[in-house]
Design a protein around this ligand. Structure first.
Ligand SMILES: Cc1ncc(C[n+]2csc(CCOP(=O)(O)OP(=O)(O)O)c2C)c(N)n1
Ligand SMILES: [Mg+2]
Length: 277
């Protein structure tokens, strides 16, 4: 557990350095979801950094809220998909690390383009059904923002997955209560999203996405709930900007880069544990 927390601290450093280096990008959601990515890529998922696009015989993860690419790229690089030095090219011209993940750059670990919100669950369902057809026992994971749930396509996918008993799917919602223009309650109230998923026929659990012990235990629990005729949803409570005090709980850090002074303040709060890229 201590090791996972150290990895998470390094990933948070990578995030603020990447976004600062590009003078653009999305630190808020990335920092909030860091513990989740660390748990998935360094503990929970069965995956191979040698990377095969079809993910045959592996668990597979799809990022639907593609704007939080900094945490995705760092988790992939730190777990061996590509050299961490490449993180320095984030959002630069001709980089494989585009602001929103895309497939034509062939960055190992990226299987779909995302950033146009609402599409990732549909893709994850397709992959989960393909695994069933192929007789594979692996699990498909997806991640969504809470603001992303404003997209109608999400709810079509939620209905479809329940109807077709897609029970090898674990979809997580980053329930940070914030989105690009303000608190989700103000932009478009979502009500109790856990009850909504339940009403649509999913099995659900809730976890503190910024408590590594809870993240690991809850992901293991979610895994034990697969294979029982219902898709599984995790309501993940996180703090936008987690780990950098002046970014926490503030939607203004959804998609803004820190300046030089803010970068230094942020880095002072995040121990360098694995070596900066
Ligand atoms: C289809 C579509 N509509 C609008 C946007 C613009 N947009 C980008 S991020 C965002 C807010 C998403 O909120 P949330 O998923 O909660 O992400 P967070 O701010 O918590 O990181 C919006 C509306 C988009 N990327 N795609
Ligand atoms: Mg949000």
């Amino acid at each position: 557990m201590a090791e996972l927390k150290q990895i998470a601290s390094q990933i948070r450093r990578d995030i603020v350095r990447m976004v600062h280096g590009a003078s653009s990008g999305h630190p808020g959601g990335s920092l909030g979801c860091t513990d989740f990515f660390t748990a998935l890529y360094f503990k929970v998922m069965k995956h191979d950094p040698a990377f095969n696009m079809n993910a045959t015989g592996e668990d597979v993860f799809f990022l639907s809220n593609g704007h939080i690419s900094p945490v995705f790229y760092s988790a992939l690089a730190r777990s061996g998909y590509f050299d961490v030095k490449e993180l320095a090219t984030f959002r630069k011209l001709n980089s494989r690390l585009q602001g929103h993940p895309a497939t034509h750059e062939h960055l190992p670990g990226i299987r779909i383009a995302s950033g146009s919100l609402g599409q990732g669950m549909s893709v994850a369902i397709g992959a989960a059904l393909a695994k069933k057809l192929n007789g594979e026992k692996n699990i498909v994971y997806s991640l969504h923002g809470d603001g992303e749930l404003d997209e109608g396509q999400i709810w079509e996918a939620v209905m479809f997955a329940a109807h077709h008993k897609v029970d090898n799917l674990i979809s997580t919602v980053d329930w940070n209560g914030q989105q690009i223009d303000g608190p989700t309650d103000k932009v478009m109230g979502l009500g109790n999203i856990r009850s909504k998923f339940e009403a649509f026929g999913w099995a659900t659990i809730e976890m503190n996405g910024n408590d590594m012990d809870d993240v690991i235990a809850s992901l293991q629990k979610a895994k034990s709930m697969t294979g029982k005729d219902r898709p599984v949803a995790i309501m993940m409570h996180t703090v936008m900007g987690k780990g950098v005090d002046f970014m926490e709980n503030d939607h203004n850090w959804h998609g803004v880069a820190p300046n030089d002074e803010q970068l230094q303040k942020a880095l002072a709060q995040l121990p360098e544990t694995l070596g900066d890229y």
